[in-house]
Design a binder for this molecule. Structure first.
Ligand SMILES: [Zn+2]
Length: 393
């Protein structure tokens, strides 16, 4: 289904602009009219990370007149494997600022608006309302649902993308013409079921594959050319090198855009809606959580601790807490590894950030190890507070 252009054309292009965009101008479908629409367009990119990096670079190069960047994070060394808009000299700098500097180098004609803030329910509508189109490059479910809800409530189209290891997905959600994200995914996945890229990893170049689809769709929407991915989900498998297009219908029972919506404004708390950990895990950690510093004190005091790292082998290769034994969470949840746990020692579980170890703790306690505890903040906290000489990831 072709759609009319989202943006009206700018009055004219300058001589500089005509020179710069000549390879667009000679494509009949884009032409002077399409380039003027790009010039007049205001696009907001949520997140200057894996997807935001290629998206911002190509939107800027394409001549989108106003580019907004929302990001509250700073550049970390572990970002550079995929977030190509940032460089070595940007480590420690706010991502939004670093991205703006790269854009100025590629195309100084772009007006960049920096939102160096975390998107939340109090600012999301006000920020979105300043733009024609949103490109969603967020990496967590709480923000993803909030972006969707705000876009639907404001009647804005947005281009969504998601990546994990070798798999990517992309679509265009525009309530007026098709389904929304909640039509496709009515409920967030159970906590702990779907790891983030920070927990599970992502092939760096996958960001470019999905980010470029997002930019492609943004350009089509702005200029009104081609068939946008409205009502269609693009699924990419980098290992098989396969792209599949799946039809997605508007769900009449959608809580947000259905016939009898139950969600009529932004939720009070999206973190709560998506649940960082399950109720069982949350309950298991009550009075059974220690800090990395407390673990170190126990070890130094010679306490008989059975320290279990519930991460995956590849993560254990990167860093580990001295004295730990690797037993991945899956083997604990399946019951397979329970016989390895001693009855007479203090059991301490840890993972990367404390989410997986909380899930494992619930299973261990249910198996009768009532005194078991887990480490708040996992090995990330250990590296930060006890042993900064270890690499982090
Ligand atoms: Zn919907």
């Amino acid at each position: 289904m072709a759609l009319p252009p989202l943006v009206e054309p700018a009055a004219e292009l300058s001589i500089d602009e005509i020179r710069r965009y000549s390879r667009h101008l000679i494509i009949p479908d884009v032409g002077m009219d399409g380039q003027k629409r790009l010039k007049n367009a205001k696009v907001l990119v949520v997140g200057a990370g894996g997807l935001g990096s290629p998206a911002l670079l190509y939107l800027a190069a394409a001549g989108v007149g106003t580019l907004g960047i929302v990001d509250f994070d700073t550049v970390d060394e572990s970002n550079l494997q995929r977030q190509v808009i940032h460089g070595v000299s940007d480590v420690g700098r706010p991502k939004a600022e670093s991205a703006a500097a790269s854009i100025a180098e590629i195309n100084p004609l772009v007006n960049v608006v920096i939102h160096n803030t975390a998107l939340d329910r109090d600012n999301v509508k006000e920020i979105f309302s300043q733009y024609d189109l949103i490109v969603d490059g967020t990496d967590n479910f709480a923000t993803r649902y909030m972006v969707n809800d705000a876009a639907v409530l404001l009647g804005k189209p947005y281009v969504w993308g998601s990546i994990y290891r070798f798999d990517g997905q992309a679509s265009v959600f525009w309530e007026e013409h098709g389904p929304c994200y909640r039509c496709l995914y009515p409920e967030p996945p159970p906590p702990g079921m779907v790891p983030s890229c920070a927990e599970g990893g992502v092939l760096g170049v996958l960001c470019a594959s999905i980010g470029s689809i997002q930019v492609n769709e943004a350009i089509k929407l702005i200029t009104g050319i081609g068939e946008p991915l409205v009502g269609k989900l693009m699924v990419y498998d980098a290992l098989e090198m396969e792209y599949r297009k799946i039809r997605v219908r508007k769900d009449p029972n959608c809580a947000l855009c259905g016939d009898n919506p139950t969600v009529t404004d932004l939720l009070e708390d999206y973190e709560d809606f998506c649940g960082a950990v399950s109720d069982e895990a949350q309950e298991a950690t009550l009075d059974a959580t220690i800090t990395a510093r407390e673990l170190k004190d126990w070890q130094d005091a010679g306490k008989d601790v059975f320290l279990v790292d519930v991460r995956e082998p590849a993560e254990y290769e990167i860093n580990r807490i001295p004295g730990s034994v690797l037993i991945p969470k899956g083997e604990i949840l399946s019951g397979e590894a329970l016989s390895r746990f001693p009855q007479d020692r203090q059991i301490v579980l840890h993972c990367k950030s404390g989410v997986r170890s909380a899930e494992a703790l619930a299973a261990i306690k249910a198996a009768g190890f009532k005194d078991a505890v887990h480490v708040q903040g996992g090995i990330v906290s250990w590296v930060n507070t006890v042993d900064p000489s270890q690499p982090s990831y």
